[in-house]
Design a protein around this ligand. Sequence first.
Ligand code: ADP
Length: 229
Amino acid sequence: MFLVGLTGGIASGKSTVSSMLRELGCPIIDADVVAKKVVEPNSTAYCRIVYHFGPEILLESGEIDRQKLGELVFADEEKRRLLNSITHPEIQRAMLKEILFCFLRGYRYVVLDVPLLFETRRLTQFLNHTVLVYCDPATQLSRLMQRDGLTQERAEQRVASQMPLNEKRGLAKHVVENSGGREETQRQVLRLHTKLEDSMEFLLVRVIAIAAAAGLGGVLLYAAKVLAS
Ligand code: ADP
């Protein structure tokens, strides 16, 4: 199995492409979903966050007020580091568990849906492929305004706060061009999926796993012989 990172910019169509890939049968690990899951009440990260940031960051339901916490760490570098040191290892562990599960189920590749893939670059070293969902700036702005009910000014601010899509384009191995209609995007997604499915890259990890299992089997056999003698 091998790993494919999927990313985009706000309203460039990442969720749309992710759904298309899911419909084709690809396993998708959504970093946002994982990040929410690891701070669910009574999890390790939840307890540590409440310990360090106090019960003021909780909603009445007992869940963490992610927006409040986000605003708190946005203005304070030290707090941001502290929060990251609590959540990142948990997120990585949870993602690794899901990746392992996909491997055991025999998938050839798994898609990691990561909004800030190129900004943080934490995962890129583990990825065999990176896919950027791109659309032109005017289309991005109008889709964002429509989807989130934003004024043009507010939408422009949100786009400007991210790494420009044109810059991400230079970093990605594959680009899904999503400025046109959904059918056009669907065709590109199908082409990409076929290419990844046909790739032999998945074999490397399988061979390593088989070799490791065979090695372990040999060691166990030797140990059994020694014990029996
Ligand atoms: P992201 O996940 O990158 O923020 P979305 O997939 O939510 O972006 O897409 C942003 C908006 O644009 C959504 O309302 C979606 O339905 C719409 N959209 C995405 N791709 C297309 C397309 N090819 N044609 C028309 N509308 C689209």
